[in-house]
Design a protein around this ligand. Structure first.
Ligand code: CU
Length: 90
């Protein structure tokens, strides 16, 4: 059996690019957030349903491991709830 892993980079520059991350259920996944701009208030990222709130240092990669055992949708947003993205697991 081949060990597979999903790895998606999201660039943060005042918004999220891409703002929708699609993951395949059951395959280990990581999302790498890379903030490249100090525009706006995207220095903090929040995944409300997952209880995650993390600072994104500028020009550094922050890796989030995502549990893909269950299908679902997880919204994420900036520290002030203004910029949005979502993770879809299916
Ligand atoms: Cu904001």
């Amino acid at each position: 059996m081949v060990e597979k892993k999903q790895s998606i980079v999201v660039v943060v520059d005042g918004g999220y690019h891409p703002d929708t991350v699609k993951l395949t259920k059951g395959i280990p996944a990581e999302i790498i957030f890379k903030r490249i701009s100090d525009k706006g208030c995207v220095d903090t990222i929040v995944f409300p349903k997952l209880g995650i709130k993390r600072f994104l240092p500028i020009n550094e990669q922050q890796i989030f491991s995502i549990n893909t055992d269950k299908a679902g949708e997880y919204q994420f947003h900036c520290g002030m709830d203004m910029a949005y993205g979502k993770v879809i697991i299916k």
